[in-house]
Design a protein around this ligand. Structure first.
Ligand code: C5P
Length: 223
């Protein structure tokens, strides 16, 4: 069984979340989706009519709501004030605002603290934990013994995101999805607080030409 943390970072559409969940299940480890946490706060911000760029209001709101996240790879899920919001956090509306919310430095401090607590708790219970995000190797768990950074071409990532949308019953226009994916990457990579970038000691994988199973096999080997 896995011990310690596997840090899995990269932009969306690289297969990161699917791979992270499967890897965790295979290794009998926990799974933490940190993107879901930023998404839940974004949903709360939008529902409350708060400006995603108003840092103080975003942090105050994040402190006032209850956010629960599962660390079981077999039943991933997130709750906002007790309500299951697993689907509501994956809408274009949240996609469009999440980068602004996640650029708020004080919010990051708050969520990183919770992420570290969840990682510790999960490690105490069952051993290892696979953590999926943008800044896991650089900020959340810089001591992780295995850090992986997944990439893929923007076109491949947009096609994968579009396929996910279609599978979830949402309409997906390829050009719109590509524009949204590229915009989010630009904002996530360009922000001052914990920008998306590989840790110096991360293993980088370009998944453009690889299937999920191929990526999974390579990571299982490394883990
Ligand atoms: O991984 P996912 O696409 O669900 O992440 C949604 C957004 O949350 C990212 O585009 C990024 O803005 C933010 N995020 C972050 N740091 C993380 C995970 C996600 O800033 N560790």
């Amino acid at each position: 069984a896995l011990r310690g943390v596997v840090a899995l970072d990269g932009p969306s559409g690289t297969g990161k979340t699917t791979v992270a969940r499967k890897l965790a299940a295979e290794l009998g480890a926990g799974y933490l989706d940190t993107g879901a946490m930023y998404r839940v706060v974004t949903l709360a911000v939008l529902d409350a009519g708060v400006d995603p760029h108003d840092a103080d209001a975003v942090v105050a709101l994040a402190r006032s709501v209850r956010l629960d996240v599962s660390t079981d790879p077999a039943s991933p899920g997130v709750r906002l004030d007790g309500t299951d919001v697993g689907e509501a956090i994956r809408t274009p509306r949240v996609d469009a605002a999440v980068s602004a919310v996640s650029a708020v430095s004080d919010l990051r401090d708050l969520l990183v603290q919770r992420q570290r607590a969840l990682i510790e708790e999960t490690a105490r219970d069952g051993g290892g934990v696979v953590v999926d995000g943008r800044d896991i190797g650089t900020v959340v768990a810089p001591d992780a013994p295995l850090k992986v950074f997944l990439t893929a071409s923007p076109e491949v990532r947009a096609a994968r995101r579009g396929a996910q949308d279609t599978a979830a019953g949402r309409e997906a226009d390829q050009a719109t999805v590509l524009a949204s994916v590229q915009r989010r990457d630009r904002l996530d990579s360009g922000r001052a607080a914990s920008p998306l970038r590989p840790a110096e000691d991360a293993v980088e994988f370009d998944t453009s030409e690889l299937s999920i199973d191929q990526v999974l096999a390579a990571l299982t080997e490394l883990a």
